[in-house]
Design a protein around this ligand. Structure first.
Ligand code: AVI
Length: 330
């Protein structure tokens, strides 16, 4: 599965009941909403891969070119004898740029919820980087997981590309950053890709591509519910909507019912009004400064940010518990 997203196919770590329960909870909530992590079954992951190649979807190209143009400067921040831990690895395309530039990385630990792709990719990496030990880990990287014992003596560098952090609500993003600090340890380095606030037309186009791939990606969520839960969504009676909310600095994605209709899921009937929406995703955008402020509040000290004006790659070092997160003095 060739995706960089963190919010991907929940199997095999999440039992199917939790998919059904989450879908029913979301569709009976007011207003209706569905968790974006369920976009990434194998069809959704392939559609996301196509999104990353669309002319309108600049983030992937921007991030790759920032990493390529600045690889030596980024690598100069890596400590000697270190392990590179990638959160939500998918394909190692971006990590390869770092691995090619940073000779001090001894172990690469890609962490992803989907094991198949990780194993295949690890075999190829071992052939391409002969000095490198590769320890793929199948885990939900938003929760605590056990690091491979072999990396205990090594310094840790975290890598979280793709602006996946933008799909978290800001409080969840802060929580993830604190968690990453705990997993990586005091003084560790984190490289994180974050999409920038920009011209609203460019943002609108990136989520409303002419070919309609983002619409297919969004609608695949309903198709997945039909496939896996035997539901009867009529995909022709729902439309993809994506708009930029300038007050909250986020793209919001919805599926809108084109008419009044009923849908059956697992023995439950869900009513839709004409025009009623299901909120499927937020994609938050930050300025360099607003992201650095979020990072500081989560215990990270900003070192440097590289940008092409559209996207930013931040280097942060972990300084420990932030004021909000720190245990109270007795
Ligand atoms: C994975 N994530 C960073 C993408 C984004 O841009 O928020 C997901 C996406 N949704 C629609 N297009 C791409």
């Amino acid at each position: 599965m060739n995706v960089q997203a963190a919010l991907r196919e929940p199997q095999p770590l999440e039992p199917p009941e939790s998919f059904a329960a989450d879908i029913l909870a979301g569709l009976t909530a007011k207003p209706k909403q569905l968790p974006p992590k369920y976009f990434y079954d194998s069809i959704g992951s392939a559609l996301f891969e196509r999104i990353t190649q669309l002319p309108e979807y600049y983030p992937t190209r921007s991030e790759l070119s920032i990493l390529e143009a600045n690889a030596p400067a980024i690598a100069s921040l890596f400590p000697p004898h270190c392990a590179l831990i990638e959160f939500g690895a998918g394909s190692s395309r971006k990590a390869r740029i770092l691995l090619g530039a940073a000779a001090t990385v001894e172990v690469y630990v890609p962490v992803d919820i989907s094991g198949d792709f990780l194993q295949k990719d690890a075999a190829q990496l071992r052939r391409d980087f002969l000095h490198l030990a590769v320890h793929p880990l199948v885990a939900d990287f938003t929760k605590a997981f056990e690091m491979p014992p072999g990396i205990a003596p090594l310094a840790r560098v975290g890598f979280f590309p793709g602006s996946t952090i933008g799909n978290f609500e800001p409080h969840e993003a802060a929580k993830f950053l604190r968690h990453a600090g705990t997993m990586l340890g005091f003084g560790s380095l984190l490289l994180i890709g974050v999409d920038l606030i920009k011209d609203q037309k460019a943002l609108f186009r990136a989520y409303n591509d002419a070919e309609g791939v983002t619409a297919q990606f969004n609608l695949n969520l309903l198709a997945r519910i039909n496939r896996e839960l035997g539901a009867n969504f009529n995909l022709d009676a729902f439309e993809h909507h994506a708009c930029y909310n300038g007050e909250r600095n986020r793209i919001e994605m919805y599926l809108a019912s084109t008419k009044r209709q009923k849908v059956r899921i697992n023995g439950t009937t869900i009513d839709f009004r004409a025009g009623e929406t299901i909120h499927t995703e937020n994609s938050y955008k930050y300025t360099i400064e607003s992201f650095q402020a979020l990072a500081r509040g989560s215990g990270w000290s900003p070192q440097k940010a590289w940008t092409d004006g559209l996207f930013a790659v931040h280097a942060l070092t972990f300084e420990g518990a932030s004021k909000e997160g720190a245990p109270k003095d007795k």
